[in-house]
Design a protein around this ligand. Sequence first.
Ligand SMILES: NC(=O)c1ccc[n+]([C@@H]2O[C@H](COP(=O)([O-])OP(=O)(O)OC[C@H]3O[C@@H](n4cnc5c(N)ncnc54)[C@H](O)[C@@H]3O)[C@@H](O)[C@H]2O)c1
Length: 361
Amino acid sequence: MKTYKVAVIAGDGIGPEVIDEGVKVLNKIAELDQHFEFDFTYFPWGCEYYSEHGKMMAEDGIEKLKEFDAIYLGAVGFPGVPDHISLWDLLLIIRKEFDQYVNIRPVKLLEGAHCPLSDVKREDIDMLFIRENTEGEYSGAGDWLFKGKENEVVLQNGVFSRKGTERIIRYAFETAKKQGRSLTSISKANALNYSMVFWDQVFEEVSEEYPEVETASYLVDAAAMLMITDPKRFEVVVTSNLFGDILTDVGAALAGGIGLAAGANVNPERKYPSMFEPVHGSAPDIAGQGIGNPLASIWSASQMLDHFGYEQYGKLIIDAIEQLLIEGQTLTPDMKGSASTSEVGDRLIEMITTNSRTVNV
Ligand SMILES: NC(=O)c1ccc[n+]([C@@H]2O[C@H](COP(=O)([O-])OP(=O)(O)OC[C@H]3O[C@@H](n4cnc5c(N)ncnc54)[C@H](O)[C@@H]3O)[C@@H](O)[C@H]2O)c1
C-alpha cells in the first residue's frame, strides 16, 4: 500500500470548510483504488496563528513541510492582518522556497457552468494557463525610501532571470507539445522595454526547439480583450506572474466563477513538494456559514491526483463536477443553489462512487 503524505494548511475564513470536502473526496478515491492511501497532517497556520504568535507559520515551517509529498492549501487572509503579510509570509514563501515555479490554472468551461458571454460554445473556453510563479513582478525586490517624508519613493522591481524565464517557457512548450495544442505567450514588450522584450526574445528562442507547436504572442491588454471576444484562440498559455494572476481571474469569470477555479503550484523536478489550492481567497464575508463553494478546492485535489500520476481519478472528479453542475440540484448559493458546503461534497462523492463502477479503477 502506497502512502502519500499530504500537509494540509486549511488557513482562514472558508479555507477549512472547503478543504474538508477536498479531503473527503481524496479519501474516497483512495478507498476506491485500494492500493494507496493519504496520510494528512494539519498545520494551524494562517491569520489566527499570526494573532497568537506574530507570524503566519512556525519558524521551522518550511523544514517541516519539506518531508511531505504535497501541500493542500485552503486560503489565507483575514481582516485585521494586512494582506501583504498574510500573502508574503506564508503562500509566497512556500512557492519560492519549494521552487514551485509553475502555476497551472485550467480555464475550462464545464457543461452546466455559467458563462457570462453570449455566443460562445462550451468547447471554445478550454485554456490551460501556465504562469511563472517565483519571480517576475512578484519577486519582492524593491525598496521604500524616505518613508513618510516628502521625498518618499517606492521601487517594486520585476525580476526576470534567464533561467527562470527559459524554464517556464520550455515547460509550456512541453505541455503544448504533449497535448497537441497551440501555445500563446502573453507579455507587454511595448511598454516594459527590458523585462518583456527579454521575455519575447526567450519565447522566440525556445520556440525554435519546438517547430511542431503552433505559437501566438499577444500584448497583455489585447489578450484581456481577446479572452472575452474570441476565447477559443487560447489553448495553452504562458505568461508572467502578475499577468497570469490577473488574466486567470478573467478566466475564472468566463468558466463558471471563482468557486470553480483551481490552481497547482508545481515543482516539476519533484525535489520539493508541490502545492494545490483553490484560486479564491478566504471569503470573510461568508466564512463560518458553511456555504462556501468547495468545487474549486476539490478541482485542485484532482490536480494533486494528476500530479501523483492518477490522471484517471483526476478525470473522474472533473466528470463528477460536470455532472453535478448539469444536475443543478446540489449547488452552493454563489451558483444560485441552496446547498451547504458539505452537501455539495457528499453529493459529489455519491457521483464519484457510482461512476467509478463504470470506469477502470
Ligand atoms: N490564495 C489565497 O490564499 C488568496 C487568494 C485571494 C485572496 N486571498 C485573501 O482572501 C481575503 C479575501 O479576499 P477577496 O475578498 O479579495 O477575495 P475572495 O476570493 O476571498 O472573495 C471574493 C468574493 O468571492 C466570494 N467567494 C470566493 N470564494 C468563494 C467560494 N469558494 N464560494 C463562494 N463564494 C466565494 C466571496 O464571498 C467574495 O464575495 C483577503 O485577505 C485576501 O488577501 C487569499
